[in-house]
Design a protein around this ligand. Structure first.
Ligand SMILES: [Fe+2]
Length: 180
């Protein structure tokens, strides 16, 4: 990554030369949604794609470099719960993330988490719409929910030496939920 023009996401948010692409299906989100029977039915009935992430990360992470990516979060529901990203904490917890909404409608769930994730001091739901820039301070767990009927597409950037803790959210669930 040494060019001043790194990539050009297309209108669907797909970066042309990602270093990796993640595709997350309903089956990958076991235990994430509260309605387990509805989750099982969706897995059996085609196991749709929930979201895709196009990532650009440097080969050697450092606090002086940035990683970035676009997330395409598809519309849908499991039971009455909107499709969402898995959600995570950053490690160390002073590494922030900045997100720019390209299209769609949704909510970013934020939870200021105590060490170990045993309680949340503060939760905040930020409404997402095209053109909005959302900033998640490092100590906030974050998850994005698509509340609309079209893809929710956002570009985000974070220090490249950021680690991602998915286990805390996976173990105890997120601190707030969105139904629709
Ligand atoms: Fe993050």
């Amino acid at each position: 990554m040494n060019s001043s023009v790194l990539s050009t996401p297309d209108s669907m948010g797909r970066i042309d030369q990602p270093t990796s692409v993640r595709q997350v299906r309903v089956s990958d989100l076991k235990g994430v949604f509260t309605d387990e029977p509805a989750w099982q039915r969706m897995v059996a009935d085609g196991d749709p794609l929930v979201y895709e992430v196009y990532l650009v990360e440097p080969a050697t992470p450092s606090g002086w470099d940035m990683s970035y990516g676009t997330t395409i979060l598809h519309p849908g529901r499991v039971g009455d719960e909107c499709f969402l990203t898995r959600g995570h904490l950053h490690e160390p917890n002073d590494r922030p993330e900045l997100a720019y909404v390209m299209s769609g409608e949704g909510v970013m769930l934020l939870a200021e988490v105590s060490p170990g994730g045993t309680s949340a001091a503060t939760t905040e739901n930020v409404r997402l719409s095209p053109g909005l820039v959302a900033y998640a301070e490092g100590r906030y767990a974050h998850r994005v929910v698509n509340t609309g009927s079209t893809d929710l597409i956002f570009f985000s950037v974070w220090p490249s030496d950021t680690g991602h803790d998915y286990d805390t959210v996976g173990r105890r669930g997120f601190w707030s939920r969105v139904t629709g």
